[in-house]
Design a binder for this molecule. Sequence first.
Ligand code: GN1
Ligand code: MG
Length: 359
Amino acid sequence: MEDLLRRIGAAFGREMAYAPIGNGHINDTFLSEDGSVILQRINTYVFRQPADVMENIAAVTAHIRSKLQAEGADVPRGTLTVLPTASGDLLYADESGSWRMYAHISGTHSVEPEERTLAEFGEAARAFGHFQRMLADFPADTLHDTIPRFHDTLWRTEQLRTAIHNCTLPDRREKAAALIADAHALRRLAPIILDEIRAGTVPLAVTHNDTKINNVLFDDLTGKAVAVIDLDTVMPGSRLYDFGDAIRSGAVTAAEDEPDAQKVHFDPEAYRIFRKEYLREMGGILTDAERKLLLASAWIATYECGIRFLADYLENDIYYKTTYPEHNLIRARNQFLLLHEMMEYPDSCDMEDEDVLRS
Ligand code: GN1
Ligand code: MG
């Protein structure tokens, strides 16, 4: 691996040693020994058209840069900077995979969901809200769908159905039975946002699609959010899925793969803080229908993520990285536990929202 990384680094004009960094489930990420650049191998099983991914990222980061400039912000720290290969391409591809390079944003760190403080979660809300706001006037329909039907929750239920049908592992099917029943029982959640999109009350916009707090970089000194990263799934979609996925992944008391079910709870205080800080950025842009669906979007994102983990478990772990056989089952179980707690939480934030929007 060391030699490979050195050779790929050379293709980008930076031949040196690279070491693994980060906790993504999808791509392989490395930091150069001098700390200047990030080298990443794109998972082409997940992203079938890596060139489309890079085109999207180049377009969206250019737009963000112009907004940051207008705001008088620190432009190189505020978004990803793609570093092309020595021959000027956004990607380097050979038999080892498809690779890209970013400038490393130094003096920053990321925070995992299970260790975030409430203040950091509020910062993440500002960062994702700011990201959406800067992209609110970007023509979403010019972006490629890097993963088609990514947040088509109804289609995700079909994928689960197919996974159940094709599952050749009786042991896994049996262990998943209770969760499969739960997934069926809650299927009514799947079309809620999709119906609003079809009706035109929820607009299509540029969305990030992976709004976990570990996709925000924080300044080492001030603790403030600096930039939103992991732009592979930037696509046209509903902003509600971004809000919902941030709550799903961050308003929770345990890691996504916590083995002890007793430790997995919804964190309503975190939800309220995220919502408040997000609305400070996006309150004036969201439609009424979007505002009304904020809490429901967290249910829907949690449901969708749960059935994706469950389907992957039944398909013998072909999508998400796993480190032990029950890994995806545990992840799925935790999503359903979280979902049930969320659904018991009353949506009583409207008054608070009004205060935020007036202030
Ligand atoms: C994947 O690799 P990571 O952790 O950033 C996944 C998300 C899931 C998430 C669950 C492209 O993101 O959709 O919500 O795992 N990304 C893709 O942790 O499928
Ligand atoms: Mg990610």
